[in-house]
Design a protein around this ligand. Sequence first.
Ligand code: SF4
Ligand code: SF4
Length: 114
Amino acid sequence: MAMIREVFKHLFKRPVTVKYPFEKTPIAERYRGKHEFYVDRCVGCGLCARECPALAIELVPSDKNVNGRIPVFYLDKCIFCGQCERICPRAAIRLTKFYELASPDRKTLVYSAG
Ligand code: SF4
Ligand code: SF4
């Protein structure tokens, strides 16, 4: 009897789930998603790679700055802690709210400024 009462109680209530991906729930204000990297600001200091707890950043050779290197981000390893964004002295990294990163191919999760 208690179960039937419970069923009727919920029969006319709105569902608590949404039909993702057709509907999306609002994202928290401080949500940390995919990186945005501003290569023109980067000086190749390497602090982001040194501080990354997940070893998700590698410095690769580049002619974009005087130190001759820029970071590449491995989003399949990233834990989205935001440490690289915080430590960068040039504000060259910003974590966006983009979270739809699922992919069958890990190569698509390598993010670089080229
Ligand atoms: S967000 Fe954290 S885990 Fe991801 S690349 Fe930056 S420092 Fe590394
Ligand atoms: S910490 Fe900032 S300036 Fe230094 S290498 Fe990383 S992105 Fe470039």
